[in-house]
Design a protein. Sequence first.
Length: 279
Amino acid sequence: MIERVAVVGGGTMGVGIAYRFAVAGFEVDLVDTDDDMAAKAVARVVAALDGAVSRDKLSAEAAEKAASRLWPHGAIVDLEGGLGLVIEAVPEEMALKRRILEAAELLSPGVLATNTSSLSIDGLATSLARRDRFAGMHFFNPVWVMDLVEVIRGTATSDETITAVKAVVRRLGMQAAVVNDRPGFASTRLGILLGLEAMRMVEEGVAEPEDIDRAMELGYRHAMGPLKTGDLVGLDVRLAIAENLASVYGERFEPPDILRRMVAEGLLGKKTGRGFYTW
C-alpha cells in the first residue's frame, strides 16, 4: 500500500494536490525549485488547511495532523528512493515535464504520474525506462473542492499501475475517470471547447460573462461557468492548451482573438486580479 508520496511542483496545482494527500493521511514530500520555494509552498498548504478550519470544512486536529505530514524539499535528488508514488505538477511544457519525470524515475517509485491536463502520456514517456509504471493523474483546480481525478492510461501503462492509481484516488475520497491517451483526454477536450465558445460569445457581444456563466450554472447545473473556470485556471494556461489542441484537431480549437489579446495584456484571471472577472 502506498503511504508516502512526492509532489514535484509547488504552484497552484502542486499545493492543492499536496493538501489532498496530507488530509487523507499520506506522508507528503513537496518539491520545488529550491529550499525557500519549497518552504513557501508548504506554507501555502498550511494556510489552506487553516482556511478549511475557519470554514468548518476541517477540524483543527485534522488540520494539525495534515500539516505534520508535509515535508519541503528543494530538489528531487533530496528525496529518498523507493517512494510509492511521485506526481509531477509543473507547468504544461513538454520538455520541462520530461526532465522532471526522468529525474523522478531515478528514485524508482512504485508509480510515476503526471498531472498534465492535455499533453500526451506517451509523448511524456519517451525517455522513461519503466513506462508500464507511468500514468496520468489529472487533478482539477481547486483540488481541495473538486473530487474528480482523470486517470490516463498510456500505451504501455500496466493494469497494475491503473489499479494502484485508482486505489489511491479512492483513499483521497475522490473518484476516478479512466481514459486512454488522446490529446486533451476527455475533460480538457470538452471543457476547452465550451470555454472557447463562451469567449467568442463575449467577443461577439452576445452577453456579459456573468450571464453566460449563469446560463450554464443554472441551466445545465455546472458548478462553475466556463468563463469563471478559465479565470481560475489561468487564461494563459487556457491559451496554451487551446493552441496545443488546435495543432492536433484543427480550427475548432483555435483560440479566439479576445483570449490572445487578454493574455498579451496580462489579464490572466484570478492570479493577476483581472480576466473575464475582477478578482
